[in-house]
Design a protein around this ligand. Structure first.
Ligand SMILES: Cc1cc2nc3c(=O)[nH]c(=O)nc-3n(C[C@H](O)[C@H](O)[C@H](O)COP(=O)(O)OP(=O)(O)OC[C@H]3O[C@@H](n4cnc5c(N)ncnc54)[C@H](O)[C@@H]3O)c2cc1C
Length: 365
C-alpha cells in the first residue's frame, strides 16, 4: 500500500487529523493497533427508546468531561450533532475517612460546571469515523518499525510506503517503536519523559435502575480515603433519558496504584460495590451491571513508565528536540504534544488542528 500521509493511531487526535485531511481532499491512510477506534475513549453503550427513535447512550470508561471555553470540543460536538449536558452535581457530597466514617456537608468541590455527552465520549469517535471512507481506516495494524524513507512495517507483517508519517499515539509508546535510523538519545529521553495523561488510572462504573441517591439529596459525589474508589461521581444520562427508563449510574476512579490493582481484577469490583453500599446505602451494592477498565493494563495506552500515575497535570507540548524530525517527514499528533490544553480531549483536537495546518502549508508551497 502507498499513501501520501500515514496516520498511526485512531484515537481522537488521529481521527480528527484524518477528518481535516478528508475535508481538504488529501490522501491519507490511518492505522490503528487495536480492533476498535477511540484509544483512551471508551464507553459502555446502552440504547434508550424515545417515541420515534433509538437514542444511543454512553457510560464513559475513559474521559467523561469537557469544559466551557474548550471551543474546539464545543465546535466538534455541534458539528457532529451530539447532545451535551451538565454534569449532575446538585445535593450533598460525601467524604469517607480512612476508617470508613462518612461525613457530609464539607463543601467539597465537585465537577459542577463540566459538560458530558449523552452518547458518552464514544459519540465523538463514532461521529468522526462515519465521516471517513472506511477503506482509509485500518484496525489491527500495530506499527512496529518505521524507516526514514517512509517505509512502515506493522506487527502482523503488513507494510505501507508513506511520504509523511504522523504518530498519533502517546509519546511513551512512540519511544518503544523501532526507528531507522534510530532517534538520538536526547530524542528518546524526551519521548519517554512525557507521561501519558491518565494512563495509570482505572475506572469503575455501576448502572442502576434509578438514581436513588438523588432522591435522598445526595449528588453522587464522594471522596474517600478508605477506597478502593477515591473519587466518585454521578455518571447518569440526562434527566429526560432517566425518565425513559435509561439506567442511572455512579462511577469512581480507583485509588489504588496500578501495581496494587494488578491481580485484583476479580476482587476489585466487589470491593467497589461494598464501598458504594457504605456511602449510598444498600441499593448501591445491587447494580444492574458493572464495568471496570484499568488503563494501566492496556498495552496501547500505558507503558511500564506509566505505572506510577502522574499526580499533577504536566506542562505538555512538543519539545524542541522532537521538532522537524527526518527533515519533516516524521511528525507527532497526540494530546500530550498539543500546542495547548495538552492531555485533554481539547488538546487532542488542538494537536490535530495544528498538524493539519502544517500539512496544508507544506502542500501549498
Ligand atoms: C480514565 C481517563 C479519564 C480521562 N478523563 C478525561 C476528561 O474527563 N476530560 C478530558 O479532556 N480528558 C480526559 N482524559 C484524557 C483523554 O482521554 C485524552 O486526552 C484523549 O483521549 C487522547 O486522545 P489521543 O488520540 O491523543 O490519544 P489516544 O486516545 O491514546 O490514542 C492513541 C491511539 O494510538 C493507538 N496506538 C498505540 N500504539 C499504536 C501502534 N504501535 N500502532 C498503531 N496504533 C497505535 C492506540 O490504540 C490509540 O487508539 C482521560 C483519560 C483517561 C484514561
Amino acid at each position: 500500500m502507498e499513501t501520501d500521509i500515514a496516520i498511526i493511531g485512531g484515537g481522537l487526535s488521529g481521527l480528527s487529523l484524518a477528518r481535516h485531511l478528508a475535508q481538504a481532499g488529501r490522501d491519507f491512510q490511518l492505522f490503528e493497533a487495536r480492533d476498535r477506534l477511540g484509544g483512551r475513549i471508551a464507553s459502555l453503550q446502552h440504547a434508550s427508546r424515545d417515541d420515534t427513535s433509538i437514542v444511543p447512550l454512553g457510560y464513559d470508561l475513559g474521559p467523561s468531561w469537557f469544559w466551557p471555553g474548550q471551543h474546539r470540543m464545543e465546535r466538534m460536538v455541534h458539528e457532529l450533532r451530539l447532545k451535551k449536558f451538565d454534569q449532575y452535581a446538585s445535593g450533598t457530597a460525601l467524604f469517607e475517612t480512612e476508617t470508613g466514617e462518612i461525613l457530609s456537608n464539607l463543601g467539597l468541590a465537585s465537577m459542577q460546571g463540566a459538560w458530558r455527552l449523552q452518547s458518552g465520549m464514544r459519540g465523538l469517535i463514532d461521529g468522526i469515523a462515519q465521516q471517513l471512507a472506511p477503506d482509509r481506516l485500518h484496525l489491527n495494524h500495530a506499527l512496529s518499525e518505521l524507516h526514514q524513507n517512509g517505509r512502515l512495517i506493522f506487527k502482523e507483517g503488513q507494510h505501507c510506503q508513506a511520504r509523511k508519517i504522523v504518530l498519533a499515539l502517546p509519546p511513551r509508546l512512540a519511544a518503544g517503536l523501532s526507528f531507522s535510523p534510530q532517534l538520538d538519545p536526547a530524542q528518546q529521553r524526551a519521548l519517554a519523559g512525557i507521561a501519558t495523561w491518565m494512563g495509570g488510572q482505572a475506572k469503575f462504573v455501576a448502572l442502576y435502575d434509578r438514581p436513588f441517591w438523588r432522591e435522598e439529596g445526595l449528588s453522587g459525589d464522594a471522596l474517600s480515603q478508605a477506597g478502593p474508589l477515591a473519587e466518585i461521581h454521578d455518571a447518569s444520562p440526562p434527566q429526560v433519558e432517566l425518565g425513559r427508563d435509561a439506567p442511572a449510574a455512579l462511577f469512581g476512579f480507583v485509588g489504588l496504584p496500578p501495581q496494587a490493582r494488578h491481580g485484583q481484577k476479580e476482587d476489585l469490583p466487589q470491593a467497589a460495590l461494598t464501598q458504594l453500599g457504605r456511602l449510598f446505602g444498600s441499593k448501591a451494592a445491587q447494580p444492574i451491571t458493572v464495568a471496570y477498565q484499568d488503563w494501566a493494563q492496556e498495552a496501547y495506552t500505558a507503558t511500564s513508565l506509566d505505572q506510577s500515575p502522574a499526580s499533577q497535570h504536566a506542562a505538555y507540548g512538543l519539545p524542541a528536540s522532537l521538532q522537524n524530525l527526518w527533515q519533516g517527514r516524521l511528525a507527532f499528533c497526540v494530546s500530550e504534544l498539543a500546542p495547548d490544553t495538552g492531555g485533554y480531549l481539547e488538546g487532542a483536537l488542538a494537536a490535530a488542528e495544528h498538524q493539519a495546518e502544517l500539512l496544508q502549508r507544506e502542500w501549498i508551497k
